[in-house]
Design a protein around this ligand. Structure first.
Ligand code: ATP
Ligand code: FE
Length: 335
């Protein structure tokens, strides 16, 4: 049963074809235009989705070596995300399912990030229930307990900025282009992670806060550049490494706390920030240090992609969880 999946929640247009947990194609058109503005411009994002959607879907079908008449269902990202972006993929998916007379399947983008761990080639082993997932992306930072595919509990989440936002906003202060996360990761590899210290936020329970860190970085940089206008350029690698180390420490502390509290030792990561090499290394380290079993998905399934929507589509198809004719996109969508 071939299923086509469409992702258009933010600034990446994605299409993917799945057959029995196996991804046959995973096409993503990233929108370069937003770099010029230092962040995603919603109006430009929806226009670019409209431009990209047909070629991206065509390519996904072509790479999977199938004809659209062979499709058994269409899955699409219902939310959460930017409304103008969601509407493009949603309307396209709905029309295509109507014209082919096949079921439409609604997918929660955040469930997609988590369930990407179940794609056949995402991981060597698959987690068993219950497991804990640290979902870290551009808009979310959550510790989720997954009791079953569609039974998830949020144990903790950010009360302000997301981890990805913390990377991107710190990058902006350091004059790095958007999105800064991958660049900070790269520069951190040659920087000293303990050279600059930033205080950790005090947040109760398993919740996170990153807005204080952003302010601390801003004040620190303002103070230092007053004394030395070239401070950023001269210390960029150490700055990146120290900021990354601080963010990862905050995430790992709470993850450890969640594991201790629940007694669950199967730990997965998901979302764009889970592409980060320090997070991946620290999770792996947890296997020796804390007796964890770590699930670290392949890179291409971490940042926004349609393969993660396809795996959820497949799981819902098997359970006949189909959308009705009045299906609509939603900007906010709880897992
Ligand atoms: P959401 O899923 O919450 O709606 P999103 O879809 O925009 O948000 P993703 O595509 O999952 O977010 O992730 C994008 C974020 O991941 C950006 O903030 C980016 O900087 C960050 N990111 C990507 N690669 C890395 C990396 N190697 N290290 C740190 N951050 C990274
Ligand atoms: Fe995402």
């Amino acid at each position: 049963n071939y299923i086509l999946a469409i992702e258009s929640s933010c600034d990446d247009t994605g299409a993917s074809v799945i057959l029995d947990n196996k991804i046959l194609s995973n096409v993503v058109a990233s929108q370069k235009i937003h770099e010029l503005y230092g962040g995603v411009v919603p109006e430009l994002a929806s226009r670019a989705h409209q431009q990209n959607i047909v070629p991206v879907v065509d390519q996904a079908l072509k790479q999977a070596n199938i004809n659209k008449a062979e499709l058994k269902a269409i899955a699409y990202t219902r939310g959460p995300g930017l409304m103008g972006s969601l509407l493009v993929g949603g309307s396209f998916a709905k029309s295509l399912s109507q014209s082919l007379d096949i079921p439409l399947i609604e997918v929660n983008h955040m469930q997609g990030h988590i369930l990407a761990n179940f794609i056949e080639d995402a991981n060597a082993d698959k987690p068993t229930f219950p497991f804990i997932c640290l979902t870290v992306s551009g808009g979310h930072t959550q510790i989720v307990k997954i009791n079953d595919y569609f039974d998830m509990e949020i144990l903790g989440e950010t009360i302000d900025d997301a981890a990805g936002e913390a990377f991107d906003k710190a990058g902006k202060i350091l004059n790095l282009p958007y999105p800064a996360g991958p660049i900070i990761d790269k520069k951190s590899k040659i920087g000293n992670p303990t050279r600059f210290k930033f205080t950790k936020p005090r947040v109760d329970g398993l919740n996170f806060s990153f807005s204080g860190l952003k302010t601390a970085i801003l004040y620190f940089i303002q103070k230092e550049t007053k004394l030395n206008p070239n401070f950023i350029e001269e210390n960029i690698d150490d700055l990146c490494a120290s900021i990354q180390h601080t963010i990862v420490n905050i995430l790992m502390d709470k993850l450890k706390q969640a594991s201790d509290q629940t007694g669950i030792k199967q730990i997965a990561i998901a979302g764009g920030v889970s592409a980060n090499s320090e997070i991946r290394a620290r999770l792996k380290e947890g296997e020796e240090k804390f007796g964890w079993k770590a699930f670290i998905p392949k890179f291409e399934y971490t940042t926004d992609n349609a393969a993660m929507i396809a795996i959820v589509g497949q799981l819902k198809y098997e359970r006949e969880l189909f959308a009705d004719k009045t299906a609509k996109s939603v900007a906010k969508y709880h897992i």
